[in-house]
Ligand binder design. Structure first.
Ligand SMILES: [Zn+2]
Length: 388
């Protein structure tokens, strides 16, 4: 089977009680006979019983089981971490208020922060027979957490790194304090933007190199233990601002899942992140907003987010990716956050399949996927498999 289907299940945050095995079992038993599923991601509420029982259920059906694990965010709720620092020297706190995910990011360059997440894994999850680890929050914050969150980190550890790279952060600070308009000249493809001021792109390139280096370490850690490793990443055109160089990252993992959420009004959602990018950089300036939309070739006001643009982003990523690309699409329905209905699922799956992705990750929470969405998803996937 060449077109692979993955299910994603949110079992709760680090501090919450995990959902019950009975809830997961009921949903899987209803869905698995209808969908040819290759793997399941589940995370990240601690509680071994849920994962042990789910592993057993999936093993019987030859389905791979991945732990969904956040890396540079969320883990602070379990243990103190060194936070990100903005260019004013302030510690950044999570603030989006989305239930059970606090989106408080830690500095990805401080080795103790990386060891912290590996310790959480060892303590809570290493005894469970997972096939692989699906790494999420492998990034810096986005504009959803405000302008200065994107222009981080300025902790002592990072300051030393910039110095070593001969990057003048005082100059950057002056540019950012003078104006939040990033003066984007051009969007090429695969997340590469050109700016009027080269120092801005140099800064983002540095951040991407830092994330790459930290993930190289984390990925090797899990691969040496025999796990497959998958990456949860932003859509290419948003990845540049959060320190993700997708073609480079594709060399570190067994597959990546760009979150191509056209309907989601929450972090990682395309309409939400695009709006936050504009709100934080050019504000209400209508002309500047219009030229951004024109640059991308989209109708910016349309929700769900532009379908042709979204699938072109995927198509271009597939062409350069060193690993398989699974398009992340929402099949859950959450009031005001993800208004996902069968017609949306139909057009999105059809367009993403034409972009030649190697499969779909049905996200971000199967437990909130209503019956009509599951029916439509199964119907569309059947058509794709019949064509293969
Ligand atoms: Zn730092």
């Amino acid at each position: 089977m060449s077109f692979e289907i993955t299910l994603q299940i949110f079992s709760g945050g680090f501090l919450g009680k995990p959902v019950s095995f009975e809830t997961v079992e009921r949903k899987l038993n209803a869905v698995l006979p209808r969908l040819p599923v290759s793997r399941v991601f589940m995370g990240w509420a601690p509680g071994k019983e849920l994962y042990e029982k789910t592993a057993e259920l999936l093993a019987k059906q030859n389905i791979e089981f991945y732990l969904w694990l956040p890396v540079f965010s969320e883990t602070g709720s379990l243990r103190p971490q060194s936070a990100l620092v903005d260019f004013y020297g302030r510690k950044l706190k999570g603030n989006t208020g989305h239930a059970e995910e606090d989106f408080s990011f830690c500095c990805p360059n401080v080795p103790a922060n990386i060891e912290n997440v590996l310790d959480i894994f060892e303590r809570e999850f290493s005894s469970i027979p997972f096939t692989g680890i699906f790494l999420d929050k492998i990034r810096y914050p986005s504009f959803a957490q405000g302008f200065t969150s994107v222009f981080s980190c300025f902790c002592p550890h990072c300051l030393a790194l910039y110095k070593k790279e001969n990057f003048d952060i005082e100059e950057l600070k002056n540019i950012l304090c003078a104006s939040t308009d990033l003066k984007i000249k051009n969007y090429q493809i695969n997340g590469i933007y050109e700016f009027e001021d080269l120092r801005i792109s140099n800064f983002f390139s540095l951040k991407a190199a830092f994330i790459f280096r930290s993930l190289e370490y984390v990925s090797r850690y899990f691969k040496e233990k025999g796990y497959s490793v998958g990456f949860d990443v932003f859509a290419p055109f948003l990845s540049f601002f959060i320190g993700q160089d997708l073609p480079a990252l594709s060399t570190l993992c067994d597959f990546m899942k760009p979150m191509m959420y056209r309907a989601t009004q929450a972090p990682a959602g395309l309409p939400f992140e695009t709006e936050m990018l504009l709100a934080e950089t050019v504000g209400a300036d209508r002309n500047k907003r219009k030229s951004f939309y024109t640059m991308l070739g989209i109708d910016g006001k349309k929700i769900p987010f532009d379908l042709a643009f979204s699938s072109k982003e995927l198509e271009k990523l597939v062409q350069v990716s060193a690993c398989p690309v699974f398009a992340g699409i929402e099949i859950n329905r959450k009031k005001d956050l993800a208004e996902v209905y069968p017609d949306y699922i139909e057009e999105t799956i059809r367009a993403y399949a034409r972009a030649r992705v190697q499969g779909l990750a049905l996200s971000w929470d199967l437990l909130d996927a209503p019956e009509d969405n599951i029916l439509k998803t199964a119907e569309e996937i059947k058509k794709i498999h019949n064509q293969d």
